[in-house]
Design a binder for this molecule. Structure first.
Ligand SMILES: [Zn+2]
Length: 179
């Protein structure tokens, strides 16, 4: 399990670098990111959130069984060097983020996108996504560019949230010292 960096950790603001070679290191990182994401009940995670400044994101928007909508199936997807090559429309979705606990923000995104990427074998591919999947991919690509959910709220709200997070981080640190 990997440690998820939380706002306002400055490392979340760095721009991630392109992956030059998809090999064992990236495959292992993706595997650990999936575990960490599932453990946190997230639907997406970007490498910089676990302190690795590389352009890798993982997501899993569960597939709903067409016969029995109560049943869902995992649909893990890892994208290396993802790039939006086309997009249109507008969708608003209430987003959360594992790096911004207890924050839910209504964000404007493109409704449909096409993304070019490399898979975990280094094969160049393209995919089309709409709805929640498109929202999630755009959110994770933001992370690769150092953009966070807190950037979508007002300066005042962001300052208040930052104070709250710093207080919690301090308490956690004090707790760690005690333990
Ligand atoms: Zn996030």
């Amino acid at each position: 399990m990997l440690n998820i960096l939380k706002f306002p950790d400055p490392r979340l603001r760095d721009k991630s670098r392109k992956v030059e070679k998809v090999g064992r290191v990236i495959q292992d990182l993706a595997k650990n990111m999936f575990e960490t994401m599932y453990d946190g009940n997230g639907i997406g995670l970007a490498a910089p959130q676990v302190g690795e400044l590389v352009r890798l994101i993982v997501l899993d928007i569960p597939l709903i069984d067409p016969v029995d909508p109560q049943k869902t199936k995992r649909d893990p997807l890892a994208l290396v060097n993802p790039q939006i090559v086309w997009g249109e429309g507008n969708i608003q979705y209430e987003e959360g983020c594992l790096s911004c606990p207890e924050l839910v923000v209504l964000v404007d995104r493109m409704k449909a996108i096409r993304v070019s990427y490399l898979d975990l074998n280094g094969k160049p591919l393209e995919l089309a996504a709409t709805g929640l999947k498109a929202v999630c991919i755009q959110h994770e690509i933001d992370h690769l560019n150092g953009i966070l959910l807190v950037d979508k709220i007002s300066r005042l709200k962001r300052d208040l949230y930052k104070q709250k997070r710093l207080k919690i981080a301090k308490e956690e640190k004090d707790m760690a010292t005690v333990l």
